[in-house]
Ligand binder design. Sequence first.
Ligand code: HEC
Ligand code: HEC
Length: 291
Amino acid sequence: MLSETGLYRDIASDELAPDLIAFEPAYALWSDGSTKRRWLRLPPGDRIDSSDMDHWQMPVGSVFFKEFSRDGVRVETRAIARTGPERFDYWMGAFVWNEAGTDAEFRPDGEENALGTPHDVPTSTQCGTCHNGEAGRALGFSALQLSAAGRLDQLAQDRLLSHAPSPEERFSVPGNPVVSAALGYLHANCGHCHNPNGSASPDTDMNLRLDLGQTSPTATNAYLTTVGVELQYFDGTELIYRVAPGAPEASALVERMRERGAESQMPPFATELVHDEGVAWVTDWIRSLDE
Ligand code: HEC
Ligand code: HEC
């Protein structure tokens, strides 16, 4: 039960534990319009290992939580716990709330249309498809996401990081507003699978993750592996390019973001509705590129 995880001091009265770190990534994952709350709980006195500033590791015993509400109904709360020092010593799963909202139950097999909403709760296996591409499992709690959201220095001041960020590591996503909106969006919504350690890498070498230090748009992985680059997967498409500069309608990135219900939809699961705003950001970026 969620009440046994330490997220709440008193779940029945909705009172959270006092030692949680609430956070919000600068660039969020689109989840069909769900609203979300996120927390980290560190073991007392422990710090985040930030020796590799681009790939943080949480101490053993730490737990991340993420709560989803859809159409005003709180449907599920997810947890990722580091249970030991080894690579696969993580526990990941979703808890579905009861109708009364007094507790939530672990559902390893997920649940479709939970609590009468259109929201699908993912299976525990699906968590790994997105989260295992990052050694420390955290996707929205990172130097990049939190410095863009203005929270990185606070963590350093609170002595929660083993290594303070250098000026270059206080990172903002490169480019003018049109470019940075698209690069940040692709990082958060696609980069966890589309990177050399991600679950899509056996199929395609396209890399949509932003790495710290990529301070000009043309030096980003997304730019280097999409703009004017041909697709590896031509299934179900007439298109040739991942991104055809200046031509969104000839770019597979946009085509697959607009798809839902077919195998070619991107992301391939955890969404049933096209994110019009996200499509617009990526479309505007591609249109702004020189042909
Ligand atoms: C489609 C990919 C995807 C799936 C499936 C997925 N997640 Fe995530 N998750 C993300 C992304 C991306 C973020 C960060 C962005 C955000 O929170 O909006 C995230 C954030 C989180 C967070 C907050 C900590 C962090 O990484 O920033 C938790 C906790 C979490 N997910 C747990 C889970 C669990 C448990 C499951 C399975 C039941 C799951 N997730 C399934 C992509 C996914
Ligand atoms: C849960 C993991 C996952 C996420 C998240 C994801 N993809 Fe994919 N993507 C895949 C896999 C696996 C393939 C290879 C199989 C296929 O083409 O369907 C792929 C293939 C692609 C291809 C074809 C690449 C080529 O070289 O042929 C494009 C384009 C693409 N994805 C775009 C995106 C975009 C844009 C996003 C974010 C909006 C995204 N993907 C998010 C798993 C993912």
